[in-house]
Design a protein around this ligand. Structure first.
Ligand code: ADP
Ligand code: MG
Length: 496
């Protein structure tokens, strides 16, 4: 679904303005910001330069105002050029409306600006120094300005305008809507936001400057008690190079990591706000260095993470707050790389996910769930009713470990080209490639040009087929087994 400006409740004058400019499709930051601003929320909107931030706040603000005698909206920005440019941009979409605007900046005479203010304006767009001068001269009265925009906030703070901004904040009414726009999110902005904003919505389309990125959004409908199976199926089909799996509950991160580890056969990290800062740093270090490829995390713990080469974000649990979805997803698709995010949506999540779909178009994908690898069990706290638990019986995976009578088959395969062809890496590769559980591979004997792998008989057909059968084309890159290995493919010969 291509987003359109028509989907928003913008005023007819603004819609006409957009038409005359020929703008039909909102940019991503506009898509996220417009409904929030129209709702009256305070917000921090972060997106790179050139992403359309001006209209992201301009369109909804212009839609909400009707002409009055005193300034209703104040837009503060760091330079004269910007004051002029933003005034022009707003004027061009509101040519049809009677709203009056003035650009206020230093380096020119006070006269014309004072006259404009005296004659009455609705929107004041200005730099901090000159705004302050005019307030001190009592030419500018902001007591009715219930909308405040701090545009290019990072620049303003860099230029040392913090005190001026706080002075201006004191001149506006206490009840107001405040929007902070910025290309980056330095600590100083967070401090200001914390002090002056009321429960702000945070939209962070975080990405490096001038390197456009691509995040493709997908979702899968899944029964409540099959999320783990859905997750492992997705991991196998996607072969993520590096991924974060988001959950809601702190306690769940470790349990899910352990379960996943047992099924996939490789180490899975976890991160939650209960861990000491040291433990978190250590875990992050191991994730960053590539020692761990998969991390289970809560929203809070993953805030602000910037991990190079993160190919996938999985939402194991749908976040209840839309911003969290955006924030989670923004961990991937950074610095010009493609990223994929996949959300597991259970019937209980339908409403929460509908709210997300309204803001972020997402494509449904369907998967075929494997046989149960785990008994249905509460993985995400109290969301699932107790009745859904099965009578206690050991998980299948464990049965395989403990049963001595299990039949095993040996396969000889030519070695795939792995960066580090250790037994552990080959096991990881085979599990991803074939979809058999890690504990269905009993032993791997490495030889110079081949390996002998012992596979549980009940999984041997699947194993053989996956190794020999044609590989379904996938449009993403998977790193561990290198591309040329996939093309070549190891041959498997079954032998008793
Ligand atoms: P920034 O995010 O740096 O503040 P701007 O708001 O100045 O970026 O927008 C950058 C350019 O994109 C401007 O020339 C603007 O006219 C154009 N633009 C903004 N929104 C749209 C849109 N929805 N469709 C097409 N062009 C747009
Ligand atoms: Mg801008």
């Amino acid at each position: 679904m291509q987003p359109e400006f028509n989907q928003f409740n913008l005023s007819p004058a603004v819609k006409k303005g957009l038409e005359s400019l020929g703008f039909k499709t909102p940019t991503p930051i506009q898509q996220h910001a417009i409904p929030l601003v129209l709702e009256g929320r305070d917000a921090i909107l972060q997106a790179k330069t050139g992403s359309g931030k001006t209209l992201a706040f301009g369109l909804p603000i212009l839609s909400m105002l009707t002409p009055k005698s005193k300034p209703q909206a104040l837009i503060v920005l760091p330079t004269r050029e910007l004051a002029i440019q933003v005034r022009e941009a707003l004027a061009s979409v509101s040519a049809q409306s009677p709203l009056r605007m003035v650009a206020i900046y230093g380096g020119v005479g006070l006269g014309p600006q004072e006259k404009a203010l005296h004659d009455g304006v609705d929107v004041v767009i200005g730099t901090p120094g000159r705004l302050k001068d005019l307030i001190n001269r009592q030419s500018l009265d902001l007591s009715r300005a219930h909308l405040l925009v701090l545009d290019e906030a990072d620049e303003m703070l860099d230029m040392g305008f913090r005190r001026d901004i706080e002075f201006l904040l004191g001149k506006l009414p206490a009840r107001k809507q405040t929007l902070i726009l910025s290309a980056t999110m330095p600590e100083a902005i967070k401090v200001i936001a914390h002090k002056y904003l009321d429960n702000p919505a945070i939209v962070g389309l975080v990405e490096a400057e001038s390197t456009p990125s691509e995040i493709s959004h997908h979702y899968v409908r899944v029964p409540s008690d099959r999320r783990l199976d859905a997750l492992t199926t997705l991991i196998r089909s996607e072969s993520p190079d590096r991924s974060i799996i988001f959950t809601r509950m702190k306690h769940e991160t470790k349990r899910l990591a352990q379960k996943l580890e047992r099924i996939m056969g490789y180490e899975v990290g976890f991160l939650n706000g209960n861990m000491s800062q040291n433990a978190r740093n250590r875990m992050m270090e191991r994730f960053r260095s590539g020692e761990i490829h998969t991390l289970i995390a809560t929203d809070v713990a993953a805030r602000g993470l910037d991990i190079e080469g993160l190919t996938h974000v999985f939402h194991f649990a749908v976040p209840t707050v839309v911003e969290n979805y955006i924030h989670r997803s923004g961990r991937t698709g950074r610095a010009g790389k493609e990223g994929k995010t996949i959300c597991l949506v259970t019937p209980d999540d339908t409403d929460a996910f509908r709210a997300i779909l309204k803001r972020v178009p997402s494509v449904e994908i369907s998967i075929t769930l494997p046989e149960r690898t785990e008994p249905p069990e509460t993985l995400d706290g109290p969301r699932e009713p107790r009745e859904s638990r099965r009578p206690a019986s050991p998980p299948r995976a464990r049965q395989a470990e403990t049963r001595q009578a299990e039949d095993w088959k040996k396969f000889k395969l030519s070695l795939p080209k792995l960066q580090d062809p250790s037994e552990e890496n080959l096991r990881r590769w085979l599990v991803q490639r074939t979809g058999v559980p890690a504990n269905a591979i009993r032993s791997i004997a490495l030889h110079p040009d081949h390996a002998v792998v012992e596979v549980a008989a009940r999984n041997s057909d699947r194993f053989k087929q996956a190794i020999q059968g044609p590989r379904t084309p996938q449009n993403h890159s998977s790193a561990t087994p290198s591309k040329d290995t996939q093309a070549r493919g190891p041959r498997a010969q079954g032998r008793r």
